[in-house]
Design a protein around this ligand. Structure first.
Ligand code: NAD
Length: 489
């Protein structure tokens, strides 16, 4: 048995003991995870610093703070999320108990990406634990140091049989994917996403695919360009552009392009000084392969700001590209680096047309002081999420579903959405072995009269509150009994 097979078999066996289903167990595990982030902050930050040159404060701000929030929320809300959820009934089922019962799926495989290695790997794990599953955690091998820290630390805090960590690269992941899971939660690029789905199909395993793509950003000429560019520069250059929801490119009218360039330059200087290379808050490209990939994109576009680079240090300065053509290299795939192309368009209509020609993005940004512009962009496009007049911050709102649509992914998570995503929402109806007369309308011989009654009972929904329901129930029971005795039976 390979190491991967063993880990999955152990997790399955642990799941079958039933302990992950117990609410107290789930809460205990979540509290242990919470403790990990309090006690091991410096080990976590050191590893992320080595992988991506993020500062300690940066790691807390963009990775662990959000996780701490998600854990607290899950602990606080778990009882409510896991409780049976009563639903509306029709007249036919009015005396029955009808509800949705969230139940664990089983063993979940979580495959993480490297760009926010803690956030994208642990956030699904929080939901998996909360929903009562076992989970095999596979961090990205690309963030070498973080992956090792995760492998070392997680078993010290949470049940290592139920939630084993498996490290390794493509071949280890492929070996994992040959095993049977009850759900696969993958974060990474769309190309690999297709392979994941293919492997999952063999076992009919459902998947959540948190993918990426080119997230457009439209700047309307009627807006505070200075504030817009500050927020865009922050969204773009945070983590050196290696953010799945970073604004990928700007669309704006030619008349405002120069202003946009000047304002983005101003913000770069304000955030990262005249020399971002020595600024502790400016990151690095994850490795030389990605460095080369990004530098190649620069070839056929005009640099308006930045462009400095150092391969030995995986450094690429915050860069702005002007008058970029749709055919340019930088527009052919997700940039995932600190290059900000500006594509001039003639107004909102053309911007919408351009966006709709591409794949549905993970995020869509529109900057305008005119609500009509925002509304048109919202109504006439589709994307995983939409933000007006800001970047990235929707990620931090636990009550919003986070996820893609079409090529940017399927399924969603954060807060209760993660819990639901990793639960089976079981539809339950509990009937008593009484009032058999009511059922005669569905038993053969079928007649038009019975059909008429069935229409009445099935097509009428009831939502009259508790007392109303009881009264109605009593009245209906009497009426039904009388009617059925007299006319149907
Ligand atoms: P990556 O290279 O770390 O790959 C992700 C995972 O897939 C890794 O664990 C890796 O082992 C595995 N993998 C890679 N190739 C594989 C193969 N051939 N078969 C099986 N498994 C394989 O990460 P990446 O893909 O470079 O991540 C960046 C992408 O992820 C970007 O497109 C970004 O937009 C997207 N992303 C999306 C989100 C989101 O929440 N939607 C978050 C972060 C990143």
């Amino acid at each position: 048995m390979s190491q991967e097979q063993q880990a999955v078999a152990r997790a399955r066996k642990a799941f079958e003991t039933g302990r992950s289903k117990c609410l107290e167990h789930r809460i205990r595990q979540l509290k242990n995870l919470q403790r990990l982030f309090i006690e091991r902050q410096s080990v976590i930050s050191d590893a992320v610093k080595k992988d991506l040159n993020k500062s300690e404060v940066g790691t807390q701000l963009y990775e662990t703070l959000g996780l701490e929030g998600e854990i607290s929320l899950a602990i606080k809300k778990l009882k409510e999320w896991a409780a049976p959820r009563p639903v509306e009934k029709n007249l036919m089922t009015i005396s029955d108990t009808v509800y949705i019962k969230p139940e664990p799926l089983g063993v979940v495989l979580i495959i993480g990406a490297w760009n926010y290695p803690w956030a994208v790997t642990i956030q699904p794990l929080i939901g998996a634990i909360a929903a009562g599953n076992a989970a095999v955690v596979k961090p990205s091998e690309v963030c070498v140091h973080t992956s090792k820290v995760m492998e070392d630390l997680l078993p010290l805090y949470i049940d290592k049989e139920l939630y084993p960590v498996v490290t390794g690269g493509v071949s280890e992941t492929q070996e994992l994917l040959r095993q049977r899971f009850d759900h696969i939660f993958y974060t990474g690029n769309s190309m690999v996403g297709k392979l994941i789905m293919e492997a999952a199909a063999k076992h009919l395993t459902p998947v959540t695919l948190e993918l990426g793509g080119k997230s457009p950003c439209y700047i309307d000429k009627d807006c505070d360009i200075s504030i817009a560019c500050r927020r865009i520069a922050w969204g773009k250059y945070t983590n050196c552009g290696q953010t799945c929801i970073a604004p990928d490119y700007i669309l704006c009218e030619p008349s405002v392009q120069d202003r946009v360039i000047e304002e983005v330059k101003k913000s770069i200087k304000e955030f990262y000084t005249d020399n971002p290379k020595t600024c502790p808050d400016y990151g690095r490209i994850i490795n030389q392969r990605h460095f080369k990939r990004i530098m190649n994109m620069l070839e056929d576009s005009a640099i308006a700001a930045g462009g400095d680079n150092d391969e030995s240090d995986c450094y690429i300065a915050p860069t702005v590209l002007r008058d970029v053509k749709p055919e340019a290299k930088v527009m052919q795939e997700e940039i995932f680096g600190p290059l900000l192309p500006i594509l001039p368009v003639n107004g909102l209509g053309e911007a919408i047309q351009f966006i709709n020609k591409g794949e549905k993005p993970l995020a869509l940004y529109v900057f305008s002081s005119d609500n009509k512009v925002i509304k048109r962009m919202t109504d006439e496009t589709s994307s995983g999420g939409l933000l007006a007049n800001d970047c990235l911050v929707h990620y931090s709102v636990s009550s919003l579903p986070f996820g893609g649509v079409g090529n940017s992914g399927m399924g969603c998570y954060h807060g209760k959405f993660t819990f639901d995503q990793l639960s089976h929402l079981r539809g339950c109806l509990i009937k008593q072995l009484k009032m058999e007369g009511v059922n005669s309308m569905r038993y053969p011989p079928h007649t038009l009269k019975k059909l008429g009654w069935a229409r009445f009972f099935i097509l009428n929904n009831v939502d009259v509150g508790w007392i109303g329901r009881m009264t109605l129930l009593a009245v209906l029971a009497v009426v039904a009994a009388v009617v059925l005795q007299k006319y149907l039976l």
